[in-house]
Design a protein around this ligand. Structure first.
Ligand code: FAD
Length: 369
């Protein structure tokens, strides 16, 4: 099955990536050319590090090329859950990191001139079950208390613009709902055009991207890493594993902490130009909707559904970026910033929230698309 995101960018691929053809010595080796690997490589190449990105396939053609690409901090009904499970400080950091990710993505798009159909949108979490309406109200209360906490908490020293969570009875969907939470200043884009923009910038910053280059092993030798890729070796000071699912077992044994689930998205051309906004159900089974404009003035309705579970963990110099619970559009930017700060020796206030060694996974429950 073709991905609209991939097929609609065939003609715009100005840069051609080659297979790796020799050994290299570099500062940083990023394994995986999806949105996570490219975002991390983008930030570090901008800071002047020598960066090499390796992908076993073509960039942006795996999960990040098959996503619904909503850029939102409303990851299902998560804030009430986070406050009750981890407390207000933790929940507020989760909120803030994802809010900053939305503006970071917009900053990258503007500063790098990436034409990727970025649009601000309202986000709706809706329910068709009258009995779940109280959950929506609890979530609105939770978002309000997080925004109050962040505004009053001097540690953050921030003036938070509210996402205006509101309970609405209609949200533009052509079927009856029992209610929805509407939030503003969320966004959507064309993920593959965005990833090509990142790749262009990485190249301009002197980074190298190799495709059809399969990493089979990573070994620590002295204080460096030796990455085996096709028939070659890369010696790197730092390695970031952004392969979506960690393909090495040690350190971390992440395979034993993760479960993989497949989910699906389909696109249908529609004449209705009024269906804007981004939509997701409040509970399982999840349905997720958004539209994107097509060249013929029609819109493509993208419907996602199905299931999955997936943090990152700095272990000295080797870093894993995974575990986004299917919210990798913002979380890839959050993790890219945390990893870059770790490598550059800078403190990052969100580190503890996403450290995969935290005792409990962030989300044990739903919100899968
Ligand atoms: C149907 C669906 C809808 C979704 N909707 C949303 C949404 O609306 N909003 C949102 O925030 N998130 C959404 N997500 C989740 C989001 O798409 C993912 O979290 C994100 O794309 C993960 O990006 P990644 O870079 O970590 O992984 P990938 O994009 O999978 O990139 C990993 C890369 O690593 C490469 N690789 C793997 N192994 C090796 C190896 N051994 N050697 C070299 N390269 C290797 C792969 O080829 C691949 O290119 C959705 C996901 C799905 C499936």
């Amino acid at each position: 099955m073709n991905s609209y995101w991939i097929s609609s960018t065939e003609k715009m691929k100005k840069i051609h990536f080659n297979k790796i053809d020799q050994n290299y010595i570099t500062d940083m080796c990023v394994i995986g050319g999806g949105i996570t690997g490219l975002s991390t490589a983008y930030y570090l190449s901008k800071k002047g590090l020598k960066v090499i990105v390796l992908d076993k396939s073509e960039i942006g053609t795996k999960t990040s090329g098959h996503t619904t690409a909503k850029i939102t901090l409303n990851h299902g009904l998560i804030y009430n859950y986070l406050i009750n499970t981890f407390g207000i400080d933790f929940a507020s950091k989760y909120y803030l990191s994802n809010k900053q990710a939305i503006s970071n993505i917009k900053k990258i798009i503007d500063s790098e001139n990436i034409n990727c159909d970025f649009e601000y949108q309202d986000n709706y979490i809706y329910t068709t079950n009258e009995n779940n309406v109280f959950k929506l109200n609890n979530e609105i209360e939770s978002i309000n208390s997080i925004e109050n906490y962040l505004t009053k908490n001097t540690n953050f020293n921030l003036k938070i613009s509210s996402i205006n969570p509101q309970f609405v009875q209609k949200c533009g969907l052509p079927f009856k709902i029992s209610g929805a939470i509407k939030t503003s200043d969320q966004a959507q884009f064309h993920p593959v055009k965005y990833m090509y923009g990142l790749a262009n910038s990485i190249n301009s910053n002197g980074g190298l991207i190799f495709t059809n280059s399969l990493v089979t092993d990573i070994r620590k030798t002295d204080n460096k890493y030796e990455v085996s890729v096709n028939d070659y070796k890369i010696n790197a000071k730092y390695v970031v594993l952004a392969s979506h699912y960690p393909f090495i077992n040690f350190p971390g044994f992440y395979f034993s902490k993760m479960n993989q689930v497949t989910s699906y998205a389909i696109g249908i051309e529609i004449n209705n130009n009024t269906l804007n906004g981004m939509y997701i159900t409040d509970s399982e089974p999840t349905l997720s909707f958004r539209t994107t404009k097509l060249d013929n003035n029609k819109r493509l309705l993208i419907i996602g559904g199905g299931n999955h579970k997936c943090g990152f963990s700095p272990e000295s110099k080797d870093v894993f970026a995974t575990g986004f619970n299917k919210w990798g559009m913002t979380m890839s930017n959050v993790s890219a910033n945390i990893i870059s700060d770790c490598i550059l020796g800078k403190e990052n206030v969100f580190f503890d929230v996403y450290n995969s060694k935290r005792l409990q996974p962030i989300k044990k429950r739903r919100s899968k698309k």
